[in-house]
Ligand binder design. Sequence first.
Ligand code: 9WN
Length: 453
Amino acid sequence: MAESTPVPAGPGEHAEADDRLRRQAVATLMSNWRGASTVPTSTLYPHQWSWDSAFIAIGLARVSVRRAYAELASLHGAQWADGRVPQIVFNRGVAEDAYFPGPAFWRPLPADGPPGDVATTGLVQPPMHAAAALAVAARSPGRDARTALRRLYPRLAAYHDYLFTRRLVQPGLAAIVHPWESGLDNSPAWDGPLRAVQAPVGDIPRLRRDLLHAGAAHRPTDQDYARYLHIAAHYRDRGYADTDLTGLPFCVVDPLFNALLAWSERALAELAGFLGLPGDRHLDRAGALEQALHRHLFDARLGCYVALDARTGERIPRRTVGGLVPLVLPGLPADHRDALLATLTGPAFGVGGRARGVPSYDLTAPDLDLHRYWRGPAWINTSWLVWQGLRRAGQDELAARLARSMVRLVSEAGFREYFDPLTGQGLGASDFSWSAALAIDVLDTPDAWIEVV
Ligand code: 9WN
């Protein structure tokens, strides 16, 4: 392991500071609560976001199980008739231009869209929700949990059915049709596919709202935004139809998205068991997806999983944090697991060494940008996923170091949206919900702080 590894404390050593941090995290979540769900942060993102709600529910479950279920239930209340769980559920009490692109941009929504007059986007985000529901269920055995899960389970399963039927492309993996669907929106992995998209910048600088709340050097460029808008408008104008996916301007197969789909599909099997329902079809689907993931997305030369441009069939040879997330899966081939661990602890990600949290992009890449959104900074949600993966892989010592490094990030810089992975400087929005929620989850995990000698 490389230089300057902070040694994690045992549970007692930082008890007082951890306690204070936990209280601040709970206060952040409570102030971002909007009655039935939580905003990622009140300034930059004043609506409900899909995978944010999943991470938020995991933290809320440590504070109020009832709220954790409410968070997931309100999101699924906006589920489309075709099964998709929308990327954003717009709060009707918030002005149209508070976030760009707002509700009007996404209309008309199709007949098999959201219920009634619920306003949403037509995109999705990584399917983290069943894994989150299982984590919530683990905190709440008993009759109330069964009642909440009996309502939630069919909705969780319907989202997966949508992905497995409408979004499956060759070679048997789920595709995303917009960088926003990846959750790692501005990842350098999307630069190649995006270069093929012709979109004039036009009015974009005037329409953008994100730069009112975050520095331009930390956010995507106007050119990126123009492409995001073009791809979204194209999908909207075909009524959000999922026919001929590879004919869309953007269509990629992402390792994080597929790993979370398989992980969540396994969670569905457990939830089904909890409800006394058969879970075999979930296990079968997860198994087949994992086979395809291991076979088609693992890149032995780069030592991690990579994305695939479904339009060209070419792999995208970039090391991103998303390519490490398959560590969460059981039954990872031993050589893949070993390669992921070597990549994670080596110069590209520096975990256990010089990095704080897990960088979102290869620290050795020439186009690394330590401050720009998903092009280098460490995020708490993806660091948390890798932490889960390390625990799954039996790497308790490394997991403990990562846990302590995540806690250090938020205790020194606050619950920021992302962080410089070398200095720990806080970046993007403040009072960010999933940074608070997942800090609570790490702090409350009893065996997260094993002694390290
Ligand atoms: C677009 C809310 C979301 C996260 C994404 C993150 C960012 C939105 C944006 O914020 O994306 O969805 O406007 O930049 O990339 O992962 O869910 O926190």
